[in-house]
Structures are given as structure tokens and as C-alpha cells.
Design a protein around this ligand. Structure first.
Ligand code: TRP
Length: 342
């Protein structure tokens, strides 16, 4: 069970300056809950935490469909609030309303080469996945520089994220070092990756990770009927035809979900042994999983529905967070400007 109160990755962390961000391209789902939302909720207690809703970064590969970004901006904020991210403890800020970040990005662009960006492993993978070929939008190629501005502007020393973000943090640290060399003093800090302990949750269809665009996600707003339907449709082992057949645990989405959310992990290990040996049916497993997911999501869905009755307030929370964030980053922008003699 991914319980952040006992999570060695978040427990005991105090006094750190933490930045995370999300591209608002869809509502958040169970994968986000296991991967980052619960950790953020725990981290906000003893640390200075900012969450950046990265709508500019989202546009770098969605410029043809900006409504996908604007339409999901407040949905994502609503998801944060519904899981218990408290705007009094965590600053929630909107990237596109922070001109400081854009100015820092533009200055930072003078410190990196195009070939360095093209060789960035994160960018390479993403360019391939998006099928850009030779037609990479310049904004997309440069988003790691903008992300370096995000990280350094907030003075973050810790960035909780997946492994895929490691090359971006490395680049950010390189840029910070160059700025500091220009300035002759420590204007910007180094940041460190806090690797998410939770494994990537697969989609209910078993094809790759859970994502809303792949239509294989269980959303934090899903009704109990939708959750039931999605559990029943979950990919298991296609060769496990009869209950008595031996079944495969690897790649089996139901087991991935039980690994992530079942409070009785010992029993999950027993079930895996029985499933592998044959004699344990998919339905029995799904009947175990369904109430676990129902209980996990019900309070989030209820809170989300309640908060969504006043979207004006959700927007105001984002505006207030953005104002606080702008005050937070201003002195670091001033230091960067000075480093460049501006
Ligand atoms: N790249 C992150 C993602 O894909 C989003 C992001 C933008 C981010 N700015 C950030 C993450 C700063 C950590 C820190 O979701």
C-alpha cells in the first residue's frame, strides 16, 4: 500500500524547498495519486512546497489544441485540492502568469547549445514518442530550459519526480552553475531529484502507463459505476482461461493495482503464489480490488464535486498562489539579471 505516512522517501524530510509541476493536459488519475499526489500531501507538512501548473510547458506540444490546456487548468487545481493539498501549506502557481520565469528562460537560453538540447535523453524519448521527426517545435526543444528556470527561480533544492526527469534536473544544475560563475557568487541553488518510490501504474488495458489520453485511466472524479466497470474490464492474463490454469502476475494490471493500494501486502503476496500455481480466478481478484479502489476514490470524488460548485474560488486560489510565487522568485530573477549585467 502506498501510504505516505510510512514512506521512507518522504518521511523525515523537513525544511526543504520543493518544486513539482504538472502539465495541465487532462484530469488527474490513479497513476498521479500513487506517483506524486499522496507524496505531495505528506511533504507539504514540514517543507516549503510549490506546485507549478505548467500551462506554458503544456503548450510546447499542444499548440495546435490550446483548449486542451486552458480547459484542464482548473480541473488539475481541483484535483490537488480534492486530495488534500492545502493552499495554505502548498503554493499552487500558474506558470503562464509568471513573467519572471519567461525572462529567466530567455536569459538561460544563452547558456545552452542546441546540440546539448537535442542530445537530452528526456527530449529524445519524447520527440520519438510524439513523432516530430525533423519538425521539432523550437518551444518543445527548449522546454527543459524553461523548466530549469522554474526549478532555479523557486530556489528548489528538491524535485520529487520520476526518473525521466533526471536529465532535466541535471541541465538545470548546469545552468545554475554557469549563472553562478557569471555572477561570481551563488545566485542559484542546485536541486536534487527525489525519486518517486511508487512504480508507474499501468493503464487498465495493460498497454503502457495510465494516461487519460490513452483512455485507460481511472480518474479521481470517476463515479462508482465507472470504477466498477473499469475494474471488470481490467487486463489480467489473456492466457489464464480457466480458474485452474496457472496465471501470470507480471503485466497483470489487477496485481499492479493491488501492489499499489492494497493495505495487506502479505496477503497480496499469497494471492500471487496461488494465482501462479493455478486455482485462483480473475473475478476473485477483481472483487478484492474493487472495494479498495472505491474506498480510495469516494472521498476524493465527493470533495472534488463539493469544491467544483465554486470554480470562482478555485480560480482565486490559483491567482493568490501565483501572486505569492511571483514574490518568492523576484529576488532570484534580480540576481540572474545582475549576473548578465542587466
Ligand atoms: N516536466 C514536468 C512534467 O512533465 C512538468 C514540470 C514543469 C515540472 N515544470 C516543472 C516538474 C518543474 C518539476 C519541476 O510533468
Amino acid at each position: 500500500m502506498f501510504d505516505t505516512t510510512n514512506d521512507p522517501a518522504t518521511n523525515g524530510l523537513t525544511g526543504r524547498t520543493i518544486l513539482t509541476g504538472d502539465r495541465p493536459t487532462g484530469q488527474l488519475h490513479l497513476g498521479h495519486l500513487a506517483g506524486t499526489l499522496l507524496a505531495r500531501r505528506a511533504l507539504q507538512e514540514e517543507n516549503r512546497q510549490t506546485i507549478l501548473v505548467a500551462d506554458l510547458q503544456a503548450l510546447t506540444d499542444n499548440a495546435g489544441n490550446p483548449a486542451k490546456v486552458s480547459g484542464n487548468l482548473l480541473e488539475v487545481v481541483l484535483d490537488y485540492l480534492a486530495v488534500g493539498i492545502d493552499p495554505e501549506k502548498t503554493v499552487i502557481a500558474r506558470q503562464s502568469r509568471m513573467p519572471e520565469l519567461m525572462e529567466m528562460t530567455l536569459l538561460f537560453l544563452n547558456l545552452v547549445t542546441v546540440s546539448r538540447l537535442q542530445r537530452n535523453p528526456t527530449i529524445k524519448t519524447e520527440v520519438e514518442a510524439r513523432g516530430f521527426g525533423e519538425s521539432i517545435p523550437a518551444g518543445f526543444l527548449c522546454y527543459p530550459v524553461s523548466q530549469a528556470a522554474d526549478i532555479t527561480a523557486f530556489g528548489a533544492d528538491l524535485v520529487p519526480a520520476g526518473d525521466d526527469q533526471a536529465p532535466l534536473i541535471e541541465l538545470s544544475n548546469e545552468i545554475a552553475a554557469r549563472v553562478n560563475r557569471l555572477a561570481g557568487s551563488e545566485v542559484l541553488r542546485r536541486a536534487e531529484l527525489l525519486r518517486s518510490r511508487a512504480p508507474r501504474l499501468p493503464g487498465i488495458d495493460g498497454h503502457g502507463k495510465m494516461s487519460k489520453s490513452a483512455c485507460n485511466a481511472i480518474l479521481l472524479s470517476d463515479s462508482s459505476d465507472e470504477i466498477r466497470r473499469k475494474v471488470m474490464a481490467m487486463y489480467t492474463d489473456p492466457d489464464h482461461l480457466k480458474v485452474s490454469d496457472p496465471g501470470k502476475v507480471e503485466g497483470n494490471v489487477v496485481f499492479a493495482m493491488l501492489d499499489a493500494f492494497d493495505p495487506d501486502q502479505e496477503e497480496v503476496e499469497n494471492l500471487k503464489d496461488r494465482y501462479r500455481a493455478g486455482g485462483l480466478g480473475d473475478m476473485a481478484l477483481k472483487r478484492r480490488l474493487e472495494p479498495i479502489l472505491q474506498e480510495l476514490i469516494a472521498p476524493i470524488r465527493t470533495q472534488r464535486a463539493f469544491l467544483s460548485r465554486d470554480m470562482g474560488e478555485v480560480a482565486a486560489i490559483l491567482d493568490r498562489g501565483t501572486e505569492r510565487a511571483r514574490e518568492d522568485v523576484a529576488p532570484r530573477l534580480a540576481g540572474v539579471r545582475r549576473a548578465f549585467g542587466l
